[in-house]
Design a binder for this molecule. Structure first.
Ligand code: ATP
Ligand code: MG
Ligand code: MG
Ligand code: MG
Length: 579
């Protein structure tokens, strides 16, 4: 491409509203232009890089066995009513009517449309697993669109959806996407972390965000310096520490699996810790497992952190809650958190039964056993079939403390360091949320209908463009990684009145093109200074400058954008050197 023909209106001034470097440089470098709040044009350079990002994503998605489709951007309200999200989604969903008064939205995501496609045309387990993806424009009416492409209202997303017959194979599909995402973000040259993220009502850790580490990121994540566990601060599991009021010593709360042990005596035997040391022991039966939370010392358990732990257990219980009808009604009146706390000093945000003999609570060994048994840690003082939501509420979630640097890792006790991150990708196991609501099922081997187990997987294509710039720039401009630079090499003939210089430029340009390299020739009649400036601003990885003085010695100057120094190379060797 000749710069004299290229639509590349670079600018000297930063856009007035730009707060972050990627926004400034992408506008100044003639990659994007704002049309209106959160909505952008992509100029030739910007679009070329976007297409290179898309190409990498396509290659890795296809390699992972996903198939590309194209779904509509405009979606009918009916599908969203089926899933319940027409009501739930809130003002980020841009809704509108057609001339007949029918309601539609501009797709912020495509679970409904995709589930609709599958339910109509996939009937048997033999058609599974299936993973379909698209690369498409999304619209979210963000409250605060900002940072240029980082938080737009209209943006490009790659979204994939997997469909499996059972949870086991759904987990395989999830892992395939997780691996594909790592390959994609490796190829893009990112410094990033795959972090555990909130997985809604589904237990376990089947939600990961891919966070590009950058000061300007809107997300906060923590990473353990010891074991590399990383999570979004909302999700991070910390090992609480607490200082004893009595002794001033640091107390540690540990969670331990104690299979089979249900009473304080059994637990203290199992753990070989004297019962008197376990001043507060909270037990949970989760599925078949007993988990004990021990606090050694004489101090009250850190309420909020313990609540975070409880919340995890309750998520597991969410599935059990579905079988509400089978559960026997709980006979005793339930007290509110505050009442229980007042009556018992119980440190946690769940309610226990009132009407039990108070001495039970005096020991303060509150037990919450599976599905749930709530009560005290004493024989015959438990109540079975207690259901969260129906029989007691956990109210302390809202002010859950976020993890921060210096907290201890729940896995290994190592220390967390914190980073800011840009969420460029998100993999998420959905379970049967949409397939149940929308009736998407297939027959299994035994001819029985099974709700499809779904996963969804998003990548912010245009956000990636900004994230790359956040990680790769200097004071002069962008420094593209080779993989997504709009052009790989720029040839600068420095004196456009000198025939030899022009000729040498044309020759190198032609040879690089023949070699299949994406090359720009700056054939504009501009001064050397402004050519260098533009080349740096636009961020082409390799620059070949041809000046009359060097040319006399048969030399041209090659500079790698990311390197400090340039190199003089014989003209004759230049193309071979670049290749
Ligand atoms: P965020 O937390 O930044 O609002 P999200 O969690 O709402 O993102 P997802 O629903 O997980 O986003 O969508 C998948 C991907 O789409 C995100 O990981 C992100 O890379 C991209 N994305 C989401 N919102 C935007 C936006 N407003 N502008 C650009 N890209 C976006
Ligand atoms: Mg969002
Ligand atoms: Mg998010
Ligand atoms: Mg997300």
């Amino acid at each position: 491409m000749r710069l004299s023909n290229l639509f590349m209106p670079t600018r000297k001034e930063d856009p007035a509203d730009a707060e972050v470097v990627s926004h400034k440089l992408l506008v100044r470098g003639a990659y994007i232009r704002m049309v209106t709040r959160g909505i952008y044009d992509f100029l030739p350079l910007g679009w070329k890089s976007v297409r290179k990002i898309e190409a990498i994503i396509r290659e890795e998605m296809d390699r992972a066995g996903a198939q590309e489709v194209r779904l509509p951007a405009v979606q009918p309200a009916e599908l969203w009513e089926e899933s319940g999200r027409w009501q739930e989604y809130g003002p980020e969903l841009l809704r509108f009517k057609d001339r007949k008064g029918s309601e539609y939205c501009l797709g912020p995501t495509h679970e409904e449309v995709m589930t609709n496609l599958i339910r109509n045309d996939v009937g048997s387990y033999k058609d599974l697993p299936l993973n379909l993806y698209q690369i498409q424009t999304k619209f979210r009416d963000e409250t605060r669109p900002r940072f240029g492409l980082m938080r737009g209202r209209e943006f490009i997303m790659k979204d994939a959806y997997s469909f499996d017959i059972d949870e086991e194979s759904a987990k395989v599909s999830y892992q395939q996407m997780y691996d594909a995402y790592q390959r994609i973000f490796d190829r893009l040259g990112f410094e990033y972390a795959a972090v555990e993220a909130d997985s809604g009502n589904i237990g376990g850790s089947l939600s990961h965000e891919f966070q590009v580490l950058a000061e300007t990121g809107e997300d906060e994540i923590v990473r353990c310096v010891e074991c590399d566990y990383a999570a979004n601060v909302e999700k991070a599991e910390t090992r609480p520490t607490e200082v004893s009021e009595a002794t001033g010593e640091q107390l540690e709360m540990a969670t331990v699996d104690t299979p089979g042990a249900k009473t304080i005596e059994e637990i203290s035997a199992f753990l070989d810790v004297p019962a008197s040391n376990c001043v507060k022991t909270l037990l949970f039966h989760v599925a078949d497992q007993t988990v004990a939370v021990l606090v050694r010392g004489d101090h009250v358990v850190n309420e909020i952190k313990l609540t975070a732990f409880l919340r995890e257990q309750l998520k597991v219980d969410a599935a059990a809650k579905e079988n509400k009808e089978d559960a026997k009604p709980f006979e005793l009146n339930m007290a509110s958190d505050a009442q229980v706390k007042a009556a018992t000093g119980a440190p946690v945000g769940f309610a226990g039964p009132v009407g039990l003999e108070i001495p039970v609570f005096a020991d303060l060994e509150v037990q919450a056993l599976s599905n749930f048994v709530v009560g005290a840690n004493a024989a015959d003082k438990h109540h079975t079939n207690v259901n969260h939501g129906r029989d007691f509420e956990v109210t302390a979630f809202a002010d859950l403390r976020l993890a921060q640097a210096g907290d201890l890792c729940a896995r290994c006790g190592g220390t967390f360091e914190s980073h800011r991150g840009i969420e460029v990708g998100h993999v998420f196991y959905l379970g049967t949320k949409y397939s149940d609501a929308m009736g998407a099922g297939v027959q299994d081997q035994n001819g029985k209908m099974q709700s499809l187990k779904m996963g969804c997987y998003g990548i912010g294509v245009t956000r990636i463009l900004a994230a790359v710039v956040e990680q790769n720039h200097d004071k002069n401009g962008i420094i593209w990684p080779m993989a997504i630079a709009p052009y790989q090499v720029i040839v600068l003939p420095l004196q456009m009145k000198n025939e030899e210089v022009i000729e040498a430029g044309e020759k190198i340009y032609a040879e690089l093109q023949d070699a299949g390299i994406d090359v720009l020739l700056d054939d504009r009649k501009a001064g050397a200074g402004s050519k260098f400036k533009d080349a740096d601003l636009v961020g082409i990885p390799v620059r070949i400058a041809i000046g009359s003085r060097g040319l006399k010695e048969g030399m041209v100057e090659v500079k790698v954008r990311s390197a400090a120094e340039n190199e003089d190379i014989p003209l004759a060797d230049a193309v071979e050197y670049i290749k």
